[in-house]
Write a protein that binds this ligand. Structure first.
Ligand code: BJW
Length: 248
């Protein structure tokens, strides 16, 4: 039996399914991944100069503008067949699938997926850099880049999780509970090098879940996998998740 056929059989029997997704699932929507050697975000930019609090404090305008450019790009793209296949599975099998994503692009949510657990925040949202004071409000912002509170100078920043920052506690706790209790974890389009997100696949495997990787390339998490489906998520996920179609 092929890996795809095996994975389809496991899915059809699975009580609970977790999809742990990364940048690769959005690649075919036109969102660059981070670590592709040629087209990846980090091929062009040093993450430590853009995706840390220290970088933002040192060069707020540079970092803010970079995030605004990415916001504009993401606003123009659409969910692809991979996002839609996950949503279709949720509709066909209510209560059996949860999506835990490292992505900040909001494409699962725009595909209509319910209760997405977003580990690394939301590219489209802002938050205060320092603790919010009584003067800090969206009505009291100046017009700078980044905007700041007119009274105390507190800066707005993108509501994403930078290196060295804690992940949102409730999201991480819920994701860990799901990882410990799922029967199958689909690890889709992630290099599996960023923690604690990558650790969720280890938690699932240790708790006895079958891990299935969906990725055109080998990854750090393949050694945990019961099957590795090699190819783009937008092609493979419709084949994997459409349980009505019995042709393999
Ligand atoms: C396709 C495809 C197609 C292509 N179809 N697939 C344990 C060990 C070592 C280090 C650490 C550790 N624990 C913590 C750390 C430190 C650090 C870390 O993990 N560093 C490693 C890189 C070494 N982690 C953190 O700092 C985290 N915080 C934390 O741990 O807090 C506690 C703490 C506090 C203080 C000190 C120390 C710890 C926070 C991590 C935040 C990550 N943030 C980013 C940026 C978000 C904002 C933004 O967008 O600007 O999140 S980094 C970036 O990487 C982004 C992603 O979500 C994340 C993961 O990347 P992803 O999604 O896997 O993308 P790629 O590009 O790596 O892979 C794409 C994959 O798709 C590839 O495999 C392709 O083959 C594949 N693909 N086309 C399917 N069509």
């Amino acid at each position: 039996m092929s890996d795809l056929a095996n994975a389809r059989r496991w899915l059809s029997q699975a009580r609970s399914v977790v999809a742990l997704t990364g940048a690769g699932i959005s690649a075919e929507s036109g969102v660059p991944t981070f670590r592709d050697a040629h087209t990846g975000v980090w091929a062009k930019y040093d993450p430590m100069e853009l995706a840390t609090e220290q970088a933002f404090r040192a060069h707020p305008q540079r970092v803010w503008r970079w995030y605004m450019t990415r916001r504009e790009m993401v606003a123009k793209v659409e969910p692809n067949a991979g996002h839609l296949a996950l949503k279709a599975f949720e509709l066909a099998h209510p209560g059996r699938l949860r999506v835990v994503t490292q992505n900040v692009d909001g494409l699962h949510q725009r595909a209509g997926q319910s209760e997405v657990i977003a580990l690394h925040g939301d590219l489209m949202a802002d938050k205060w850099l320092d603790a919010e004071r009584s003067c800090c409000s969206m009505e009291n912002l100046n017009q700078e880049e980044p905007p700041a509170c007119r009274s105390c100078g507190n800066l707005l920043r993108p509501a994403v999780v930078w290196f060295g920052e804690n992940l949102p506690l409730q999201a991480l706790e819920t994701a860990e509970i799901l990882a410990r209790s799922c029967s199958i974890m689909l690890v889709i389009g992630t290099s599996g090098v960023v923690y604690p997100a990558a650790g969720l696949a280890r938690v699932a495997a240790q708790a006895g879940a079958r891990v299935v990787c969906v990725n055109p390339e080998a990854t750090e998490l393949d050694s945990l996998a019961a099957a590795c489906l090699r190819g783009p998520a937008a092609e493979l996920l419709p084949q994997l998740l459409d349980m009505e179609n019995e042709d393999d």
